[in-house]
Write a protein that binds this ligand. Structure first.
Ligand code: C5P
Length: 245
């Protein structure tokens, strides 16, 4: 589909952090687990809070967590660009849909406005990639950060391999994933009609007929899902601190 010309509007960032985090196996929700003495979600918000290309941030959290999150994250770390907390939904897509509704209510629904969606569970994204990502969104309407697959990936059904896609063509999707507002809005409208099963937003946008570009990201941008990921994130942060010391 053709995309109208770009603009200089700053980005709005939705941070879905309303998952249950069952795979972490901890009593406390994973977005509040401590990483270098700071809750995971605070690390993630901080990636965008001071960035000159970001206008507003909307963390999306479970309804029951909003007081805790306001007190222990927003007030404590004095984030300045967080516009408001949004209540999450049952599935990730429901959480993002709620975020989209909130930013439209606040007047950030210009068609060409870049909307970034970044998992609350990815505290190690390198914000230096944001200018290139926003340039690609401006030029093509939709772009995600991803890395080439290192492992050979198998499609497995009931314990048996049914396909071995060529590794050269496989990339692991990360976030941020960024879209012009009009494209994302259209993709969610179509999703409401067709209900495409999807674990990321790029899949919905592609299913709605738009081309989605890929920007090569970095391996450090892991999603904290299991206790092993938390150990890896701690080691990565340790190494950055050593380098900057
Ligand atoms: O479960 P998954 O790994 O896909 O989650 C990616 C991100 O989406 C996490 O940061 C999680 O908190 C968030 N999420 C959400 N609402 C849900 C499910 C997941 O905001 N209902």
């Amino acid at each position: 589909m053709p995309t109208p010309p770009s603009s200089d509007l700053k980005a709005i960032v939705l941070i879905p952090a309303a998952g249950s985090g069952r795979r972490m196996g901890t009593a406390i929700s994973k977005q509040y687990l401590q990483l270098h003495g700071k809750p995971l979600l605070a690390h993630t918000i901080a990636l965008f809070d001071q960035h000159p290309l970001v206008e507003a941030i909307y963390p999306i959290v479970p309804e029951d967590d909003s007081d805790y999150c306001r007190r222990e994250i927003l007030d404590k770390y004095r984030f300045t660009r967080v516009r408001r907390l949004v209540t999450g939904g049952k599935e990730r897509q429901d959480s993002v849909r709620n975020g989209l509704k909130a930013l439209a209510e606040d007047g950030y629904d210009q068609p060409e406005r870049p909307i970034l969606i970044h998992d609350g569970a990815r505290p190690l994204f390198n914000p230096n990639l944001l200018p290139a990502l926003l340039d690609d969104i401006s030029a093509g309407g939709a772009c995600i950060v991803a890395v080439p697959a290192k492992d050979t990936i198998k499609q497995v059904i009931q314990g048996q391999i049914v396909a071995s896609p060529l590794r050269d063509q496989l990339w692991q999707a990360q976030t941020p994933q960024g879209f012009r507002f009009d494209i994302l809005h259209k993709a969610f409208q179509q999703q409401d009609c067709n209900s495409v099963p999807a674990t990321d937003d790029a899949a919905l946008v592609a299913a709605a007929g738009y081309r989605v570009r890929v920007l090569a990201g970095e391996d450090r941008n892991i999603k904290i899902t299991t206790p092993a990921d938390l150990l890896i994130a701690t080691a990565l942060l340790d190494s950055y601190q050593e380098k900057s010391a």
